[in-house]
Design a protein around this ligand. Structure first.
Ligand SMILES: [Ca+2]
Length: 395
């Protein structure tokens, strides 16, 4: 019964937001190991560092405390866990969230944490008029490592979406600005045109200043936002034309990497520097949407990389690996496919296609980067958090 509920919830938050897999292009990729490593001959391994978080959606290392991770659960709970001894505690619980179909989809620590002790969560609620997506800030009280949430405040709220493409990623840039991703507010069978509507924040990445406020807003509008002074465009918008951006990352050169989950055919990696229109729902990948139609694509930006659904069907964005443990991956953007479990590494500045890191056989819903540049992933169904290691480091 419980497992069935999890499956239903996942279908809403992730699976049904994925593109439709065509099954074309070869046999399914082989599954990986059950508790430790990826399929040989990959020289890389996934080592379980924490478990017991079924329906996890996002993982972030606790800044300044390398033995602790923070974990968000779709049911509306944020917890901490020690990777040394498995001890854990609840930090935040959002009581109005219905575990079956709503929840926290992403979160981020303030870039000056813990000097600024705010944490930001991005979550979705179902209401009679449609989904509400909200970004909430809270402060943590003294404790190990995070204590309890207090001083909760709404930062930004969107209304009126269908219960599917809500986005959910949050990341702070080196400029201290918060980047937040919102989906098109539609579903697989009912995409909306809001991604192209300059007066809607659905289908966009926004860039806001959480340390200031502009007018009645709970946040500030950075003066250097690409549309800050353009009439007829919401000044929060940093990039538009997105379908269901599932994870954001800041590359070492400052560019924003946006993984956008596709519809019929293409999963996308997009690189934004501000002001780009990535095409949805006029385009999918580098072609018109629906395929075979004509479209007005002038001024739209095609993906840096796209892969078709015969290969996999639901991208999970990652990060540029900057750690020391895996020299072969240093400087490469590591990302995954949620449905197939494949992990790839790609040079964002080069022309070479991504190469396969390994087949995890897992539903990798999130990829996190710690302060040392090492990578962690989360498996939504098993509730495990795993670290990407060299094969020699596997247990
Ligand atoms: Ca696109």
């Amino acid at each position: 019964m419980r497992a069935a509920a999890w499956m239903a919830a996942c279908a809403v938050i992730a699976l049904s937001s994925c593109g439709r897999s065509t099954g074309v292009g070869g046999a399914p990729l082989s599954p990986g190991g059950t508790g430790g490593d990826v399929t040989t001959p990959s020289p890389f391994a996934l080592t379980v560092v924490a478990d017991g978080f079924p329906l996890l959606t996002d993982v972030q290392p606790v800044p300044g405390q390398p033995s602790f991770l923070a974990v968000a659960i779709n049911g509306g709970v944020l917890s901490w866990v020690s990777i040394d001894d498995g001890s854990r505690g609840e930090v935040l619980r959002i009581p109005e969230i219905d575990e079956s179909k709503e929840g926290i989809l992403g979160f981020a620590f303030h870039p000056r944490f813990p000097a600024d002790d705010r944490v930001f969560v991005h979550y979705t609620l179902s209401e009679p008029t449609g989904d509400v997506t909200r970004i909430l800030s809270f402060r943590v009280s003294p404790g190990t490592p995070l204590g309890q949430a207090r001083d909760e405040k709404d930062l930004l709220e969107l209304h009126g979406a269908l219960p599917n493409h809500n986005g959910g990623a949050l990341v702070f840039g080196p400029d201290g600005m918060l980047y937040a991703a919102f989906g098109d507010g539609g579903t697989d069978v009912a995409p909306t045109a809001m991604s192209q509507d300059p007066l809607e924040l659905w289908g966009k990445v926004v860039r806001v200043d959480v340390d200031r406020s502009s007018g009645a807003l709970a946040y500030g509008i950075p003066a250097d936002n690409p549309f800050a002074s353009r009439a007829g465009v919401r000044p929060e918008i940093f990039a538009l034309g997105l379908r269901n951006p599932w994870r954001l990352s800041i590359a070492p050169d400052g560019a924003l990497v946006i993984a956008d989950v596709g519809a019929d055919a293409w999963e996308e990696l997009n690189v934004a520097r501000g002001g780009e229109n990535f095409g949805w729902n006029t385009m999918e990948g580098d072609g018109c949407y629906p395929a075979g139609t004509a479209c007005a694509s002038t001024g739209m930006t095609v993906p840096l990389h796209q892969y078709e659904h015969g290969q996999a069907a639901c991208i999970t964005g990652g990060h540029v690996y900057q750690g020391a443990a895996l020299p072969a991956l240093r400087g490469l953007y590591v990302f995954a496919d949620y449905e197939r479990g494949t992990m790839w590494a790609m040079d964002l500045a080069g022309d070479a296609p991504p190469r396969i890191v390994g087949e995890s056989g897992r539903h990798l819903v999130t990829i996190a980067l710690d302060a040392a540049g090492e990578l962690y992933v989360g498996d939504i169904f098993s509730g495990e958090i795993l670290r990407l290691d060299g094969i020699d480091a596997a247990p």
